[in-house]
Design a protein around this ligand. Sequence first.
Ligand code: UDP
Ligand code: MG
Length: 139
Amino acid sequence: MATNRTFTMIKPDAVENNYIGGILKMINEAGFRIVAMKYTKLSAEAAGKFYEIHKERPFYGELVNYMSSGPIVAAILEKENAVADFRTLIGATDPTKADEGTIRKIYAKSIAANAVHGSDSDENAQIEGDFYFSKLERF
Ligand code: UDP
Ligand code: MG
């Protein structure tokens, strides 16, 4: 299993606020290489499937609505220690608790609309990347 790749989404709030460029700049400057990328929109059904692991959590319905409310940017990123380093770069789930200089501290609106997704393990990075990208879409 690849330990040098992670998966991210720039979420609907960040896209709507024109933060795509700023967020990608931070990602590149932190040393991540873009392996795959697309600008797309999740149906409610697809968002429900993507976040299936959170099905029992109280915010699941709201999360699915939000993540299917507008376009997103999905990407596979490569760097040594990608999963952990990317979680450090994005900061805590709740932007009020995120460290200074992190993507969520700078760009997130709230705990729900928190600008970016980052995989939490190598296993989930693989599953999440496979959700969006075929082998032919990776470079
Ligand atoms: N979320 C939410 N309310 C919460 C916790 C999480 O709306 O109390 C949303 C938020 O968009 C978060 C996503 O659900 O990014 C997935 O939650 P997780 O705990 O996996 O946080 P993450 O891994 O994104 O930091
Ligand atoms: Mg998570």
